[in-house]
Design a protein around this ligand. Structure first.
Ligand SMILES: [Zn+2]
Length: 315
């Protein structure tokens, strides 16, 4: 980011997902020197997952050694609530992923600093440091998929609230008497604007079977101008615009970065979200804001995880 000098260190970024561990050896300039992925079986136990992370670190260190490079540390993005180097819980698709002391475990094993944060947070940090919001200090990141996650970068740093328990961006209320949400609340953005919600709404509007629909088909029908698809896309981006306007009024970001499946469908999607965001946001708050598509794709997590090291480890 603007106020930071870019150094010439290298770090390992680990992006732990529900089915894969993606990992990379990253130079501080953002250059990816090596990257790969390892699969995690659905039945994988906590020990299996730990063994796979260990293997990812070993493979990355081997690459660094072959390239004669020093490694400044290991950054890890994990699903769930992460605080002080520990995955506290909340990673429902990883078995036994509760009270995992990742930083302590791997820093003593590899004798390197190990920093941990939530997966959506590190993706947002990746976009802020190397991607769509490069050179911005204040960024809102939203990823719209089967759920809605996000991150806040404020004054150049990830903001997570006290004990990193906040920034559940998909769970702001957009209808106070609305439909039930997975989180136990009611009327949340995620319940209305996730891709699952979108396809459910489209199935209802078009009379089609929801099990036979996917995002690609929906976008195709929207582009063909089918009434039901156009209506559902307008509603979907309107929901997002409402929530984002609230984030803009609260944080006055320079950029709102939209990631996730549909954001890759084309600029029309971002343009619609942008239209509704500016319709609802307070003009003074939105004066320096733009809404843009994420650009790092499936590298956002690894790059963001590595940047945890560059931003937080001084030596
Ligand atoms: Zn919710």
């Amino acid at each position: 980011m603007t106020q930071d000098k870019i150094g010439n260190r290298n770090a390992i970024g680990i992006d732990l997902g529900g089915t894969f561990i993606k990992f990379a050896l990253v130079a501080e300039s953002g250059e990816v020197l090596y990257n790969s992925k390892l699969s995690i079986g659905k039945e994988a136990s906590r020990d299996d997952i730990l063994a796979t992370i260990r293997k990812a670190i070993q493979l990355s260190l081997k690459q660094a050694k072959e390239k004669n490079l020093q490694v400044a540390g290991i950054g890890i993005g994990s699903p769930g609530l992460c605080c002080d180097g520990i995955v506290v819980g909340g990673a429902d698709n990883l078995n036994g992923w509760v009270e995992v002391h990742l930083s302590e475990m791997f820093s003593s094993e590899f004798n390197l600093p190990v920093l941990l944060d939530n997966d959506a947070n590190v993706m947002g940090l990746g976009e802020a440091v190397y991607g769509a919001a490069k050179d911005c200090t204040d960024v809102i990141f939203l990823t719209v998929g089967t759920g809605i996650g996000g991150a806040i970068v404020a004054d150049g740093k990830l903001y997570g609230g006290y004990k990193n328990r906040g920034t559940e961006m998909g769970h702001v209320t957009i209808d106070h008497k609305g439909i039930a949400c997975n989180c136990g609340g009611r009327g949340c953005l995620e319940a209305y604007a996730s891709t699952v919600a979108l396809l459910t709404q489209y199935a209802e509007a078009s009379g089609k079977n929801v099990n036979e629909l996917d995002g690609f088909y929906f976008v195709q029908k929207f582009k063909e101008g089918e009434d039901a698809a156009v209506k559902c896309m307008e509603d979907h981006t309107d929901y997002l615009g409402h929530a984002i306007a609230g984030f803009v009024n609260s944080f006055a970001p320079q950029k709102v970065v939209i990631g996730g499946g549909i954001s890759e469908a084309g600029q029309f999607y971002i343009d619609l979200i942008k239209k509704y965001t500016f319709q609802y946001a307070m003009p003074d708050c939105a004066a320096n804001t733009d809404v843009v598509a994420a650009v790092l794709g499936n590298m956002a997590g690894s790059l963001g995880a590595a940047s945890l090291i560059f931003k937080n480890v001084t030596q």
